[in-house]
Ligand binder design. Sequence first.
Ligand code: ASP
Ligand code: MG
Length: 423
Amino acid sequence: MGLVVQKYGGSSVADAEGIKRVAKRIVDAKKNGHQVVVVVSAMGDTTDELTDLAEQVSPIPAGRELDMLLTSGERISMALLAMAIKSLGHEAQSFTGSQAGVITDSVHNKARIIDVTPGRIRTALDEGNIAIVAGFQGVSQDKKDITTLGRGGSDTTAVALAAALDAEVCEIYTDVDGVFTADPRVVPKAQKIDWISIEDMLELAASGSKVLLHRCVEYARRYNIPIHVRSSFSGLRGTWVSNEPQGDQQVEHAIISGVAHDVSEAKITVVGVPDKPGEAAAIFRSIANAEINIDMVVQNVSAASTGLTDISFTLPKTEGRKAIDALERAKGTIGFDSLRYDDQIGKISLVGAGMKTNPGVTAGFFEALSDAGVNIELISTSEIRISVVTRADDVNEAVRAVHTAFGLDTETDEAVVYGGTGR
Ligand code: ASP
Ligand code: MG
């Protein structure tokens, strides 16, 4: 029996009852002969509440101080969890990200892990302890300041520790039974997937599926760590995410793995851009210099009479203000008429490696949207994904329509959402 890393999300440890329930599960893994490392998130919606609190005292909280504040959420849950395990008669020790050796760069609020040196965790395990680690945090290599990895970052902590400790598996416990063919909060007829390839999972995560963070899946791919996503409430077998299916993991030869949606993006349209070389480069250089990641990009054909065109792109809503400011500042050198900002958009994506070899997927996708009366504003594709932007109000309807059209609806059991607000 090897080492397992288990990660429990905020909804699994939302209250004292939850913490005790999770403690029992951890102790069971230990009794089965595993060495157990646990990564835990902040209780319930603690991180949101702390963020709200920070905004009440300062409109733009200082990054370093915000990280100090937010990491306290995970400290609460790790200490309580260690206490609960001890009261079940087993040894446990809790560690902050810094104590666990999670070393990051110094970009506050969205730091990247650059190294993991889990010496203290190893020692704790060798002494017979269950090690509990605060998720979503680390310490910066140069300044030795406390950092956070960005919202949902505990998943990344878990996979990074699993890689550094050479774990057998990284189990991600959440409030649903695994990865579904769509968000079960929106599509009650979504089906649990038994096994999904890392590639498809990466696309789903990049397309807004919240069950696993993109960065965490990237990490798992790089270090070849199998992830088992499952519920802390049901004990059922969940979804295996790995390069190749193992053992009796069922592989259904579906063309489509799932439908993802995302309402966290906004669209900026740069109106009246001269249609000549260097314009798009200048626009996106100013966005890049502001450290903003963009998603889709569309340029219209220019009107022959004016020689002007429009360029639209999508980006996280949270970066909207910064992007508009950056473009306004560069307006003189780039040369465009005006900017339009629209945050009432949603994105729907169809993902599956099978679409490479099956004609008609794009047509079927657009037909389903048209039958549902949904208008398409932008389109982008990769080898294994098609995404469209629509009005935000249309998104839920569109996801259900596409899910049904591709035969993904389950006939038997409806998906269960055990907890959490999906916030
Ligand atoms: N507590 C942090 C958040 O809510 C990290 C996590 O849950 O993974 O984003
Ligand atoms: Mg959380």
